[in-house]
Design a protein around this ligand. Structure first.
Ligand code: PGA
Length: 259
């Protein structure tokens, strides 16, 4: 059975945009994408702009997410943000384990595991990032690395919890570098991820799992990546900071589904 999925296009704005700039970008995205019901668009601004972005896209199908969370609901955790606070501000999604969090802020597979549980417990859909470094790729360790990340951070979940997780394969060497994975490289890893999900949870759940690709996705490389069987959409960084390029990627992803 062929599984029909809407392409998911998530824009990770990272540490960009003031509240006023975020409002303007969200409004331009909302204005520019009438086919929104055919694709799932998710805007992921910095914490300070979540509420304003949510307000700006209200009445559309565009969803809002956060870039991280802490696993406790409240307490003496200076600088952290809780799942309850994110829900209240209007989030339905949260990125967990982005490679920049792993690289600069000490995120590990274990903290990812705790954060995923916290997100699921509060009806937030986690977008869990996994990916290899350039060194790991060059040493032929890519698939091993991916397998370890999945096993350590996600595969203890039961099937119903796992089915609510979105995955994003983001080769670290491709993030913000302008070097995207080729469609074949992305497909090799994403098919491997799906096969691991199938062995752990069964084929049906694997077929329905959403696996995004991220790493220097632009309007001019999105179509060929989106045509790959196991690429269900994109997690976009730099190109999500302008409505035109973000929408261009979304249109290419839709074209891949329609062709
Ligand atoms: P990029 O970032 O599109 O700028 O490479 C992707 C990401 O970090 O999610």
């Amino acid at each position: 059975m062929a599984v029909i999925k809407k392409p998911v296009i998530a824009g990770n704005w990272k540490m960009h945009k003031t509240i006023a700039e975020a409002r303007e970008l969200a409004a331009s995205v909302a204005r520019g994408f009438p086919e929104v019901s055919e694709a799932a668009l998710i805007l992921i601004p910095p914490f300070t702009a979540i509420q304003e972005v949510k307000r700006t896209v209200s009445g559309t199908d565009i969803a809002v997410g956060a870039q991280d969370l802490f696993w406790e609901e409240k307490g003496a955790f200076t600088g952290e943000i809780s799942p309850l606070q994110l829900k209240e501000a209007g989030c339905d999604f949260v990125i967990i384990g982005h490679s920049e969090r792993r690289q600069f802020f000490g995120e590990t597979d274990e903290t990812v595991r705790k954060k995923v549980l916290a997100a699921l417990n509060h009806e937030l859909t986690p977008i869990v990032c996994i990916g290899e470094t350039l060194e790991e790729r060059e040493k032929g360790q890519t698939l091993n690395r991916i397998q370890t990340q999945l096993e350590n951070s996600l595969f203890a979940l039961d099937a119903s919890s796992f089915s609510r997780v979105v995955l994003a394969y983001e080769p670290i060497w491709a993030i913000g570098t302008g070097l995207n994975a080729t469609p074949e490289q992305a497909e090799e890893v994403q098919a491997f991820i799906r096969s691991l999900i199938a062995s752990r949870y069964g084929k049906t759940l694997a077929d329905y799992a959403i696996i995004l690709y991220g790493g220097s996705v632009k309007p001019n490389n999105a179509l060929s990546l989106a045509r790959e069987k196991d690429v269900d959409g994109f997690l976009v960084g730099g190109a999500s900071l302008e409505a035109e390029s973000f929408l261009g990627i979304a249109r290419e992803a839709l074209r891949a589904v329609r062709d």
